[in-house]
Design a protein around this ligand. Structure first.
Ligand code: FHN
Length: 420
């Protein structure tokens, strides 16, 4: 099966050969990661000159057509003294997230790392003068979380030759290829040279990047760090894994290595007035839904300009971590399960076991499923430490499992089906 239903655009799909590439094994097993959108946009936090600017927070420069000469000085206010790398990494760990991807440079062009190619970076251009990527790299190594860098390769609203800013710069005079060769490539080299092993580079919004330019970046990454993965948003079907649209979950299983990047509220970068937080049951079910279709869930937090991850995000992530501590066996290291397309349940699988995730517990607790080809030897609730067997019966093409009358976990109860 290849790309289906439009959730994964072809150009953001996986390059040929990557599906069987063992370098992706850790990523396939991880299933759940933390995305971090952090930059100067956290200062206006959705409000410019007293006006609420519609849309996602990190796009404020574009949406309000803020000239570089007005946006750039935000750097002199950026002083995130409440940022503590150890706390962010520990939050990801407690949430059960196995990898972390942070914006090293988003579309506004501001660099969250020290770069020799622009002073518009957190070390040289802000009163903070520290490199958070260095601190995160050290902490991730210490705490055993893989670290990847988001890098906006096409859009750069600060650089005269980057894509997107047509209010300060004349698009006809831009030398986009020159920008790729003399700015993007050296910066990607910095990211892959100065921070130890990098798990992945999360390129984004490929737009008009040519196949040759995407290839240059792919080859550069693999040359500098052969184990570093590249997201599908490199463009031109050259990424190591496919990228679904933002917050988009395919309708059915997808036979690719793929990921859904997603928000907990409606923005990626911090917005002071976005309080539309998804509920914990919704987030758990999205994680399960994605895993049941063979994908990864990259769930975002948007820290404040002071360096604080908003409390509603923290609470939700910790609740997901609590659920995963009990049910992680049915998520990590699993593949898409054999029963697909049912509204009330999802399945994930490992050799010898199928995990039945029940979202809507049936009345009287009788779970009725299509029989599995090799039969089920035993069934028990994953949350039951005693692993007490549940009565099961196969009648023709139907398998029936008798569970408790009342849903043990109304977010998702996991029933382990040990294969015969
Ligand atoms: O334009 C960006 C957006 O700001 C954000 O970074 C998301 C995350 O997937 N990617 C782009 C839109 O798809």
């Amino acid at each position: 099966m290849t790309v289906q239903d439009g959730a994964i655009p072809e150009a953001r799909s996986q390059r040929p050969g990557a599906r069987s590439d063992p370098r992706l094994n850790w990523w396939r097993e991880a299933r759940f990661g933390m995305f971090i959108h952090w930059g100067l946009y956290a200062i206006p936090a959705g409000i410019w000159k007293g006006e609420q600017i519609p849309g996602i927070g990190e796009w404020i420069m574009y949406r309000a057509r803020i000239p570089v000469r007005e946006y750039e000085p935000l750097a002199r206010q950026f002083n995130p003294v409440q940022f503590h790398a150890a706390e962010w990494v520990s939050l990801a760990k407690r949430a059960g997230q196995k990898y972390m991807v942070i914006t090293s440079k988003h579309h506004d062009g501001f660099c969250l790392f020290r770069s020799a190619y622009t002073e518009y970076n957190i070390v040289d251009g802000t009163p903070y003068s520290r490199d958070p990527l260095k601190e995160l790299a050290e902490e991730c190594a210490k705490q055993g979380v893989r670290l990847g860098f988001y890098y906006s390769q096409t859009q750069d609203w600060h650089h005269p030759d980057g894509d997107g800013n047509d209010w300060d710069y004349d698009p006809d005079k831009k030398d986009f290829h020159g920008y790729i060769e003399s700015y993007v490539m050296p910066q990607v080299r910095e990211l892959l040279t100065n921070y130890g092993p990098v798990a992945l580079i999360w390129f984004d919004t490929p737009k008009g990047i040519t196949p040759e330019e995407s290839r240059l970046l792919l080859d550069l990454v693999h040359e500098l760090q052969p184990d570093c993965l590249v997201s599908g948003r490199l463009g031109n079907t050259l990424g190591d894994y496919a990228s679904a649209g933002d917050n988009k979950i395919p309708d059915a299983m997808v036979d690719l290595d793929w990921e859904t990047p997603a928000t907990i509220n409606d923005t990626w970068g911090f917005k002071s007035y976005d309080h539309n937080w998804k509920s914990v049951p919704d987030l758990i079910r999205k994680l399960v839904d994605i895993a049941s279709k063979g994908g990864n869930y990259l769930l975002n937090v948007g820290p404040t300009a002071e360096g604080v991850i908003p409390q509603p995000s923290v609470e939700r992530l910790l609740a997901m971590g609590d659920w995963l501590r009990v049910n992680g066996e049915a998520i990590y290291g699993t593949v898409a399960g054999p029963i697909q397309g049912m509204g009330w349940c999802r399945t994930t699988a490992k050799p010898g076991a199928v995990y039945l995730h029940v979202f809507d517990w049936p009345q009287r607790g009788e779970l009725r499923l299509p029989a599995l080809p090799h039969g089920v030897g035993r069934a028990y609730l994953l949350a039951d430490l005693r692993k007490a067997s549940l009565p099961l019966r196969t009648a023709g093409s139907e398998l029936s499992i008798q569970g408790p009358a009342i849903a043990p976990d109304d977010r998702d109860t996991v029933v382990v089906l040990e294969l015969a």
